[in-house]
Ligand binder design. Sequence first.
Ligand code: AGP
Length: 594
Amino acid sequence: MCGIGAYIGDKDASSILTSIIRDLEYRGYDSCGIATYSDGKINCKKDIGKVSDIDFSSLKGNVGIAHTRWATHGIVNFENSHPHSDCDKKMYLVHNGIIENADELRNILAGHEFTSKTDSEVIIHLIEDFVNAGDTVEDAFVKCLKLLEGAYAIVLIHEEKLYVARKGSPLVLGVGNNEMFVASDSVPIQKYTRNIIFLEEGDYGVLWKDNYKINNLDSVDVDREIKILNNNIDEISKGSFEHFMLKEIYEQPKTIERAFLGRISDDKVKFGGLNISEDVLKKIKRIILIGCGTSWHAGIVGGYLFEDISKIQTKVEYASEFRYKNPVIDENDLVIVLSQSGETADSIAAIKEAKSKGAKVIGIVNGVGSTISRMVDGGIYLHAGSEIGVASTKTFSSHLVVLYLLSVYLGSLKGTVRDPAKMLNELQEIPALISGFLENNNIEGVSSKYFDCDNALYLGRDYNFPIALEGALKLKEISYIHAEGYPAAEMKHGPIALIDKNMPVIVIAPEGRLYPKIMSNISEVKSRKGKVIVITTNGLEDGFDEVIKIPKVSEYLMPLISVVPVQLLSYYIAKKRGCDVDRPRNLAKSVTVE
Ligand code: AGP
């Protein structure tokens, strides 16, 4: 699960490649490297660390490849970082994906000296083996690809030519004027050209600076359309914020608005790209929501919305588990896949499973032109702009907006929504309420009292149970504090045993139908001397250790509000602990391995 890039043209390759892999660091940032060709040989520089830690400017030449790594095979060290070369250092290669039969292939490469423990290095030695036996580099490349089991996006450099291939991992080409670009996604390329080709499964290609060809593995020419991407590429900068995560939390009033803008008209919801007729949608008997991590949490909120508002039976599934259940699906099911990146391997595998069983699949994704957006029957983009912080924040709230709109839309079709105008007006008031909360809250102060805890418990009920899960995930991933999220009433069935005077318990308890019940759950915590941090719309009660007051909205919109304090709390705690907030250890923004 890595980011790869390549360039061939007349410009300085290393500076373009540095920019490409810097933009791809969301895919991994354990180590990185670049190899360029000049004066008849390839020079390579690589090391552990982030792109900003290494100066690549000494690499000369107008053609090169680059890589930023998230370790899957082999620890994080110099040897395992990419690019990898053949024994004679005539060819170098970068790879994203997992070669499942790497060990088997390594065994047949007798005589080759391996310098790394990676599966990727096997590929370059295999190509070298075919070249030594007399094949052209292109023939050797194709023969090698046919032997690989698993997933790959590959770029190989040999003299002034690049060889690319894709199966299971994304790879896009940018077609410039006398220059070609390659990257794991289109965003880093769009600074240079808007003419983008998305390679399809099983494609391989050869690139020259002024030409390219794309074939399938039978060496038959395949026609891949050049798409002109005109979407806004936001400047990837932190502006005046210390971290991307904080910037992205503060962007939410704007990104929430962008998620509903143009989708509400005459008190009705309309979507441009669903590609499923209203007649078919009216017959939907069940919705299956699928995602991973934060996107899965958004799915749980969606489950409440579809049952409550649209009165449609809904299941929420982890993408990674879905297909192993051999799920029972029929044409009355609507599968909705949620993903920020649109590249998550587990979610892609779940879509394949659902489609193979004939289900209609909708994707709600942020990544424009991403793999998921291109494989679903219909889709809804979040339009949240690039999310750089590894911890998802603004895309979570955008997912909630789209799910809310969809629940009102389906409910209106089914006749279960009586007053859509009221529901849609309420949604449109949310950005201003969040802005007000962001301007004036006590969360930094609260975080300074709890930042050195070892454990934390998050509790919520009903629509706010998924926010308890999300709060715990946010805290774990960026501050490395062990945290659990539970439905508040479940606490007494086990987790209550953990509570003592050192355990902060964050309770999301806005006023609503379960308010009295969650207050009883809080009493259970207080009786065991737990520290109670309550996030509530009613700031008047005494007896809590901390009260974080949030604005009051309808219960089905409350998660959009209540998630903001849990995001901020984890941000400030992680910052106080000196953690690398935007790039937490062991993680990557886009998880492209199963
Ligand atoms: C969120 O903060 C995480 N880093 C992670 O759980 C993420 O939500 C998950 O990997 C799913 O990614 P996706 O939305 O891009 O599919």
